[in-house]
Design a protein around this ligand. Sequence first.
Ligand code: PLP
Length: 358
Amino acid sequence: MQPTPSSSSCGDWLSGAIRRIEADYQRSADTHLIPLPLPALAARGIDLYLKDESTHPTGSLKHRLARSLFLYALCNGWVREGTTIVEASSGSTAVSEAYFARLLGLPFIAVMPRSTSPEKVAQIAFYGARCHFVDHAAQVYDEARALAERSGGHYMDQFTYAERATDWRGNNNIAESMFQQMAHERHPVPTWIVVGAGTGGTSATIGRYLRFRCHDTQVCVADPEGSVFSAYHRSGDTTLTAPGSRIEGIGRPRVEPSFVRTLVDRMLEVPNLDSVAAMHALSALLGRKVGPSTGTNFVGMLAVAHEMRAAGQQGSILSLLCDAGERYLPSYHDADWVRNAFGDIAPAQQRIDALMAG
Ligand SMILES: *Cc1c(COP(=O)(O)O)cnc(C)c1O
């Protein structure tokens, strides 16, 4: 249920709120595009880059989404002074929204699976927000909606609104920024952009921007084991469900409205062991730890690089460093935890090493 309509003119609080978000944006710097040092691939004319979304104030690409969702809700008249914001999240979005809720002085409740990393939970609490846990990822939606109704608040609903709250034509969105940063590279127009899908918002924004600018770049979504998106991409059946992903931030148990199938050229199903092995290999390559969804992205990049090599094709491949590994030190970056959760990763490590060696 949406709140009753408010006046369309900018009341004092509304104009102040929008100004505060815009000022926060003005104080922020763009994120870096990092070239990956992979000499064997470079020698074949294939260059890999990661846009480092971990450097946002709230540590992930969800900083962009949270800003857009707040502006969208404010400009729609859905949020006003004192409105409680409720969100369903696997953690990263809640961290970023908690930051913006604090900026605007609004109460915030994050509805998350109990398995969400304690580091994210601590960060949400740090911003003064409340965490509300459910046992399974598939329960977050109904629980968040019900909580919003009970509290007279607003359910932000990233999984519905991510694709439409973002300015896909430009406004220095993630895609426009990537193309500007590639301007002086030897292959400035990427052959592939590889991303994961949680809401699907990032793949939708990039896919639309590519069409709008008539770029000859293909979008590949690297989808973790247990996610519904790959099967949905094949069939178009929105009623499909899946067990859900074990890679935090990406892969969903249901078909999210924000995942726009027609904007994705290709899906790649990535086994969890490969994601985790690639996360470790990439962390070693960069000298800093990355999160598990970035590992999934790296598997996708290496797979398309391998195909390009086999076809004698040269070009660049771009992807995202979605968040840093520090959020996952006791889990995906702990050898015992990984063995218990996923089993022996040695064979996957060998596969990744071989792909990196070109
Ligand atoms: C949300 C998220 C993604 C996927 O981005 P979407 O735009 O929601 O599809 C990838 N990695 C992490 C860590 C995320 O939090």
